[in-house]
Design a protein around this ligand. Structure first.
Ligand SMILES: [Zn+2]
Length: 460
């Protein structure tokens, strides 16, 4: 036994050295090779989180001024827009002036795709991206590569008491998304940063059992997943009296319900940190260890919550309109992302000045249950349809327990969708007893509420 304990200690020391080494290598990479001022950025973010709301606002306004001048000079769409609406970015004095800038939405992005992109961009400065978030529009766009996002991520880990290089396990996405993570370059990066990624869909009891063994062996400090997935896993853990407790759980991708939260926290004997991000806006907000709401990452994002008439809401629910302050490749300014949230003026008791979103509402999807008992949330469908580049819009209708209809609008009518592949991918999770019908149409009507529901249940 003594030998075994000694061996364990050696392994632990090895791991700490390993982590220190990774930190050193990381610093060397950023300070000497890239010279991207990464550590300066981290230091700034550690200080700015405790600024007063006034200090944060004046910092945002400065960044905003320079962004608006930049887009006026460099991005055709904004040059035209500001000329037409006679908006002069150099005269911007307040956020009230800023509210005169026309709101951007997914439709406008699709229509003005080329004009929204900076000319002569370098391949290393961006990557192609598409939404898999809370709407059925498959929006394509370019994302910038900017060190501030890594620094923000590092700060999120700090809030959860997790080190950047600690072992992290993500149970996330569908199988075809996880396949992506298996690509060699991602594997190397993942290994370096301590990431392991597992598929979260179609988890049978045996899958969860084998995940449990893997978790026990890997001992992740941080567990990252969707609420609905982790809820199912927790039920199996409870039934089989499985026990594992990570330092923290980070939840994202869907609305986190109170009952899910308390049950998962009870089973894993740890705290959940609710995270709100989106592919088209990346990191938006996350809880700190006081869990009184999600702190907006205000140094890099302006979050507006607007009522139905477009007026700002200071306390209460409204539509989220977001401005990323550092994206210079394809800037989205006053972008209506399609989610709703509750904002509050009440500060968090942790002392951070970063304002709070009380709740994210727009992520509540309709859950569909298949004849084999498997359940999937809205992101299942957006991840699935992301591989169909010609689909402009879609809607999933569950007509009967064993029948769904996929309504879809095509980008151009000369190309169709790969129905066989879609059926195959859905059947992986639903079992073959589910009948799938396809219906191409010219438009998908909005619901009575005026909202675009992309998952609809017609079951009694
Ligand atoms: Zn806080």
């Amino acid at each position: 036994v003594g030998k075994k304990v000694a061996k364990l200690n050696i392994n632990r020391n090895k791991f700490i050295i390993n982590r220190k080494f990774k930190h050193t290598l990381f610093s060397f990479y950023h300070n000497i090779l890239k010279r991207d001022k990464y550590e300066e950025q981290c230091k700034l973010l550690n200080e700015s989180q405790y600024w007063s709301i006034e200090e944060i606002k004046s910092y945002q306004l400065e960044k905003l001024k320079s962004l608006l001048s930049y887009v006026y000079d460099n991005i055709k769409y904004y040059n035209n827009l500001f000329n037409i609406t006679k908006f002069n970015p150099s005269e911007l004095k307040s956020f009230e002036d800023f509210s005169n800038v026309e709101i951007l939405n997914k439709e406008k992005i699709s229509l003005n795709y080329e004009d929204l992109i900076l000319k002569n961009i370098l391949r290393k400065d961006y990557y192609s991206n598409s939404t898999s978030g809370s709407t059925g529009n498959n929006l394509k766009f370019l994302s910038d590569v900017n060190i501030i996002r890594t620094a923000m991520q590092q700060r999120c880990y700090n809030w959860m008491g997790v080190d950047f290089f600690d072992r992290k396990l993500s149970i996330w996405g569908a199988e075809w998304d996880v396949k992506n993570a298996k690509k060699l370059i991602k594997k190397v990066k993942g290994y370096y940063k301590g990431w392991k990624v597992l598929s979260g869909y179609n988890l049978s009891d045996t899958d969860i059992d084998s995940y449990y063994r893997l978790i026990l062996a890997y001992k992740p400090k941080l567990l990252v997943s969707y609420p609905s997935i982790l809820y199912e896993i927790s039920k199996r853990f409870q039934k089989n009296k499985y026990h594992f407790s990570p330092d923290a759980i980070q939840i994202g991708g869907e609305k986190l319900f109170k009952n899910q939260r308390s049950f998962i926290e009870e089973i894993f004997e740890t705290k959940i940190y609710d995270f709100y991000g989106a592919r088209d806006m990346r990191m938006i907000a996350q809880e700190c260890n006081k869990h009184e709401g999600l702190h907006i990452m205000s140094e890099n994002i302006i979050v507006e919550v607007l009522d139905d008439n477009g007026n700002p809401v200071e306390e209460g629910e409204g539509d989220l309109v977001l401005t990323d302050l550092s994206n210079k490749i394809m800037p989205f300014i006053r972008y209506k992302i399609g989610d709703r949230a509750v904002i509050t003026k009440k500060p968090c008791s942790c002392g951070r000045g970063l304002p709070l979103l009380k709740e994210i509402i727009g992520r509540s999807f309709e859950i569909i249950e298949f004849p084999n008992g498997n359940k999937v949330g809205g992101s299942f469908w957006t991840l699935l349809m992301r591989n169909e580049p010609n689909v402009k819009k879609f809607q999933i209708v569950q007509n009967l327990n064993n029948l769904i209809t996929i309504k879809y609008v095509l980008e151009n009518n000369h190309h169709n969708i790969n129905k066989i592949k879609l059926i195959k991918n859905i059947h992986l999770y639903s079992g073959s007893k589910l009948n799938i019908r396809f219906l191409q149409s010219d438009e998908i009507p909005l619901a009575k509420s005026g909202k675009y529901n992309f998952v609809v249940k017609e079951l009694a």
